[in-house]
Design a protein around this ligand. Structure first.
Ligand code: GTP
Ligand code: MG
Length: 193
C-alpha cells in the first residue's frame, strides 16, 4: 500500500478517549527519541504531521492519524525516559497497558529500534509483553543514515540472531533519506485487509 492522505484525528490521554471505530490500527512503539514521530512523517511524506523533537518524551499522548480512511497509524509515548519520575512512569504504564489490552482493532505494532543501539532491556520487556498478549510486531530499525551499509548489515545479522527473527522481517528506515517506506507498506498490506 501507499500512504496518500494522512490526517491527524486526535490525541487521547486516557482510555475513555481511545478510538474504537471500524478502522484497523497500526501502532508505533519504541524508546523515547528513537524516531517514532519521524517515521510517521516519513511514511506519510509530511514533515509537519507528527511533532518531532530532539528532547526525549515529546509524545505523551496516544495520537491517531487516519491514513486514506483505511487504517489509523497510532503514535504512542516512548518508554525509557520516565524512569526518574515514578508518578509519570505509572501514568505511562497505565495508558500503554490500557491501549494494548483487548484492543481488537490493533493489527500490528511497529517496534522501533535505533540501528546503532539495537535492543535495550526495555525493548526486550516490550517484546515479551507484546508476545504475551499475542500482538504481532514488526522490527523497524531507525536512523540508518547514521551508519554505513556494512555496519547496517552487521547490525541486522546480530539482531536477527539475538531475536531469532527472520532478516527479511527487519526493516531499515531513515527519516533523513526517506527510506524503508515501500517495504513497510508491503508488510502492512498483509495485516490490513
Ligand atoms: P518521543 O516522542 O520523545 O518518544 O520521540 P520519538 O520516538 O517520536 O522521536 P522523534 O521522531 O521525535 O525523533 C527524535 C530525534 O531523532 C529528532 O531530532 C529527529 O530529527 C531524529 N531522527 C528521527 N529519525 C531519524 C533518522 O532516520 N535519521 C536521523 N539522522 N535522525 C532522525
Ligand atoms: Mg514522538
Amino acid at each position: 500500500m501507499r500512504f496518500i492522505n494522512a490526517k491527524f484525528i486526535k490525541s487521547a490521554s486516557q482510555k475513555s478517549e481511545f478510538l474504537n471505530d471500524e478502522l484497523p490500527q497500526v501502532a508505533i512503539v519504541g524508546r523515547s527519541n528513537v524516531g517514532k514521530s519521524s517515521l510517521i512523517n516519513t511514511l506519510t511524506n509530511n514533515n509537519k504531521l507528527a511533532k518531532t523533537s530532539s528532547t526525549p518524551g515529546r509524545t505523551r499522548l496516544v495520537n491517531y492519524f487516519n491514513i486514506d480512511n483505511k487504517f489509523y497509524l497510532v503514535d504512542l509515548p516512548g518508554y525509557g525516559y520516565h524512569k526518574a519520575s515514578k508518578g509519570i512512569a505509572n501514568t505511562w504504564d497505565k495508558i500503554m497497558n490500557d491501549y494494548f489490552t483487548d484492543n481488537e482493532k490493533l493489527k500490528l505494532v511497529l517496534l522501533l529500534l535505533d540501528s546503532r543501539v539495537l535492543t535495550t532491556e526495555l525493548d526486550k520487556q516490550m517484546m515479551d509483553y507484546l508476545f504475551d498478549k499475542q500482538i504481532p510486531a514488526l522490527i523497524v530499525l531507525t536512523k540508518v543514515d547514521k551508519i554505513s551499509r556494512s555496519e547496517l548489515n552487521l547490525q541486522i545479522d546480530k539482531l536477527s540472531k539475538e531475536l531469532r527473527y527472520s532478516k527479511d522481517r527487519i526493516v531499515a528506515t531513515s527519516a533523513l533519506k526517506k527510506s524503508g517506506v515501500e517495504k513497510i507498506g508491503a508488510i502492512l498490506d498483509e495485516y490490513i485487509k
